[in-house]
Design a protein around this ligand. Structure first.
Ligand code: FES
Length: 168
């Protein structure tokens, strides 16, 4: 039984109605968004179920999930701090920035702080290349960009994010 169809019948119908029947693959992005809402990441089962709905190979859907920073492949914290280490940012010290940031926070890339608040991730270009080191923060349904960062400014921001625990 397709659990996504069971759980969101109306929402899925509304999404599919926006695309011609022979182009229903175009609905993959909104369906992924829908599937991610509750668990906070795209489960293997959701991948399979979206594949069934759209008659689309799972590997194609998986590659979309891997490409876009808005989709998460693993469970994570309330906030995803996504540091760009693509080449232009690397040339401006992004690798060392990320390394030192992780050391300061006490977690490795891809890990979540023990309070479940912040996951640090490494991502590709976020279109802020000339303002590296830079990262984006996703969480609470919002995205914010942080450019020209230092390790100190990033640690301070992460401390503030973790302080929001009470408001969760
Ligand atoms: S390469 Fe990092 S923002 Fe473009």
């Amino acid at each position: 039984m397709n659990q996504l169809l069971q759980k969101y019948p109306q929402e899925i119908q509304t999404i599919l109605a926006k695309y011609p029947a022979d182009r229903k693959r175009s609905a993959v992005m909104p369906l992924l968004h829908l599937a991610q809402q509750e668990p906070g990441y795209i489960t293997k089962q959701a991948l399979q179920e979206i594949g069934e709905i759209l008659e689309m190979p799972i590997t194609d859907i998986d590659s979309i999930v891997g490409f876009y920073t808005l989709y998460h492949e693993q469970p994570g914290g309330r906030y995803h701090v996504q540091v760009c280490t693509d080449l232009p940012c690397a040339l401006r010290g992004a690798d060392e920035f990320l390394k030192q940031l992780c050391e300061n926070i006490g977690i490795k890339v891809g890990e979540t702080t023990p309070d479940g608040m912040v996951t640090i991730e490494e991502v590709k270009c976020l279109a802020g290349c000339h303002h590296a080191p830079m990262f984006q923060v996703q969480g609470d349904g919002d995205i914010s960009y942080h450019e020209d960062q230092t390790v100190e400014s990033a640690v301070e921001l992460i401390a503030k994010l973790r302080d929001r625990k009470e408001a969760a």
